[in-house]
Structure formats: structure tokens, C-alpha cells
Design a protein around this ligand. Structure first.
Ligand code: MAN
Length: 348
């Protein structure tokens, strides 16, 4: 088994009871999958807070946002055979799907990258409008010059797409709409241009022909994306056989762009691996992990809201040190350190 990841001894760093619910009638069920960035000498996390509605006796109560941003609760009778609750994350009722929790993004701050707290003037980004009525999730944060680009999963009955928000000061936010329509998620923008273009990784989700693969797109202006190319597919019989998706923005190294991605197998076990992309032409995959660089082995990674999950979409880089922040079992937030050179060695 790979020894590349050094887990923080204080894991989990954050658990649901560490934060206050965002509104009356809600309870925090999970903290997960934070976007991470540095700003004014501090480390910040844009954490996904998943809340469930206070349950009404005899019903399964699901929170959703109305078009005007009001929170409504839909009560579904537990006794109705048309209710399918086999997945703790999603329920099916007749022909409709709902999420069991409603997620928003909340900003947390740290002086040491280790202990995180909610600043007094808390920043909460909630779903807005018809494409986010089931909430917003799993945000990647990329800084280019002075602007931060937030790419996140926007969920609604219209499908799962990628929303874009920009900010320069973390006080005023510009909602730029859906940058990629459904079905798409796991979108990470590269931190610098290559030649004349900006690049992003993304994950269209295919239902029939094709699969859940990682794609690359390019843009002249960070708004219009084209020249989409599929750069990594699932591999049958391996740890990443069922679906794969990008983590945070790729790290620029002397060997090329290093991307930490997640892969799940048929049993929905989520591990992390690495992709090395050509410095000048990131559509060219130079190397890919045969075995995971990190697997759910700690107790908090194996049991929880949705067990056997390690999912990352945020990190910091200091020289050779890559510190990833990750959601464990879709319930708590943890960190682990890697040597970038050791990951690159593992790819040789
Ligand atoms: C999907 C997303 C993630 C989640 C994993 C594991 O990829 O919904 O947010 O962490 O599944 O459940």
C-alpha cells in the first residue's frame, strides 16, 4: 500500500458539530470537500456545508430552494413505496430525484493551515436561481492575477452543472452563471495561461455511450470554453474503474502539470491518484498512477455519512510540500501532506 500520504494527526480537522446551521429548522449533516486558497497571508477554506431539514414525524423531509431563494421543505411519506432511500445522498420519489441535504459554501479562515475558524463576518454562498435550487457543492478556487475563480457544482432538477463566481476581495461576489451546462462537474481552472489560452479540467457525466471521464477545455477569456478533449478515461478492473474527476487546479512542476484526481470503483470506494500533463500541451498525459496515492484506510475515511470516500478539491503548495484538504466519508474534513517529488517518482 502507498505510503505517500502523511495524514494530519489531528484529523478530522472539522466535523459537523463545529459549525452553526445556516438557518432555523436545519441541521448540519456533513462538512465536506473544501476549496482552498491563500489570501492576505492566511489560508482559507470554502467548505461545503450539507444541511438536512428537521424531520417531520412519518415523513422524509427534504430542503430545497425556491426561485426567490426561500427555503422550502418537501415532505415525502415514509410509508409510500414510491420512495427509494437506498442511497443516503439522493432519494428517488416516483420519477423525481432530490438530494437528502442542501449544501452551501462557507468561508473558514486559518493562521496556520491547521486550525480553521469562521470569521465574525461570515461569508455564506448559497444556491441562487433555477440551476441551484438543490444547492451548490465542491468548489474549486483558482487565483489568476488578482481575481479568484470559483467553479462549483450547481444542482437542480435541471441537472448537475458547473457554476462560476468571481471575486477579488471575498466580500463582493459576481455570479457569472453556469459556465458548463449539465451534466458536468469537477471543474478546475489552471492557474496560468499556456501560450494564448486558459485551460480547465472538467467532467461531463455520460449516461449511455461513454463514461465519467476527465476532459480538458481551453478559453481565450475564462468565459468561453471550447476545443474540448477527453484526456483520461476510467480503467476497468482498477481502482478508478467507475468514475474519475479532477481535484483542485493542477500544480505546475518542472516535470509538467500535476493533477490529483479522484477515482471510484464499482463499489463506490473513492481513492486519489495523480496525472502528469505536458507543460506546454496539457492534452498530452505523460503519466498516470497505476495504484492510488491515497486510499480510505483511516477509520474516519471508512465510516461516516458515505463511507470509504476520500475526495479532494483543495490544496496548498509550499515548495515540495503539497497539503491536500479532503472530505472523508462525506462527513468530516481532514488534511494530508505529500512530497511533490515523491508523487512524481511514483509516476516514473
Ligand atoms: C460525488 C460528489 C462528491 C462526493 C462523492 C462521494 O462525486 O457528490 O461531492 O464526495 O460523490 O459521495
Amino acid at each position: 500500500m502507498s505510503q505517500l500520504a502523511v495524514r494530519n494527526n489531528d484529523n478530522p480537522l472539522l466535523k459537523p458539530s463545529d459549525l452553526r446551521p445556516s438557518a432555523e429548522g436545519l441541521e448540519i449533516e456533513c462538512l465536506l470537500n473544501p476549496g482552498v486558497f491563500q489570501f492576505n497571508g492566511k489560508t482559507y477554506m470554502l467548505v461545503r456545508v450539507a444541511e438536512k431539514a428537521r424531520q417531520r414525524e412519518g415523513y422524509f423531509s427534504v430542503p430545497v430552494l425556491s426561485g426567490s431563494g426561500r427555503m422550502d421543505v418537501i415532505d415525502i411519506p415514509l410509508s409510500d413505496p414510491a420512495l427509494d432511500r437506498s442511497d443516503p445522498r439522493v432519494i428517488r420519489y416516483h420519477d423525481d430525484y432530490y438530494l437528502t441535504t442542501l449544501s452551501h459554501l462557507r468561508l473558514l479562515c486559518s493562521d496556520d493551515g491547521h486550525r480553521f475558524f469562521e470569521p465574525p463576518e461570515s461569508v455564506i454562498l448559497r444556491g441562487e436561481g433555477p440551476y441551484e435550487s438543490y444547492g451548490i457543492e465542491d468548489c474549486r478556487v483558482t487565483q489568476i492575477d488578482h481575481t479568484f475563480y470559483l467553479t462549483y457544482t450547481a444542482v437542480s432538477p435541471n441537472g448537475v452543472g458547473v457554476g462560476l463566481i468571481t471575486t477579488v476581495d471575498w466580500k463582493v461576489f459576481r455570479r457569472e452563471g453556469l459556465t458548463l451546462p449539465p451534466h458536468n462537474k469537477d471543474c478546475a481552472i489552471f492557474e496560468r495561461q499556456i501560450g494564448q489560452h486558459y485551460y480547465m479540467l472538467h467532467r461531463p457525466s455520460s449516461i449511455f455511450i461513454g463514461g465519467n471521464y476527465i476532459w480538458l477545455a481551453e478559453s481565450p477569456d475564462l468565459r468561453h470554453w471550447g476545443n474540448h478533449r477527453c484526456i483520461a478515461r476510467t480503467r476497468s478492473g482498477k481502482w478508478d474503474s467507475e468514475r474519475i474527476g479532477a481535484g483542485a487546479a493542477p500544480v505546475f512542476t518542472s516535470a509538467g502539470w500535476l493533477e490529483i484526481y479522484h477515482g471510484a470503483d464499482e463499489s463506490q470506494r473513492y481513492c486519489l491518484g495523480a496525472l502528469l500533463l505536458d507543460k506546454d500541451n496539457p492534452a498530452n498525459v505523460i503519466a498516470r498512477s497505476d495504484d492510488p496515492i491515497m486510499e480510505p484506510t483511516a477509520p474516519y475515511e471508512q465510516t461516516g455519512f458515505f463511507g470509504n470516500v476520500i475526495f479532494t478539491n483543495g490544496h496548498t503548495v509550499h515548495g515540495d510540500l503539497l497539503r491536500i484538504y479532503y472530505g472523508a466519508s462525506d462527513e468530516v474534513i481532514c488534511s494530508a501532506d505529500f512530497s511533490i517529488d515523491a508523487i512524481l517518482d511514483s509516476l516514473r
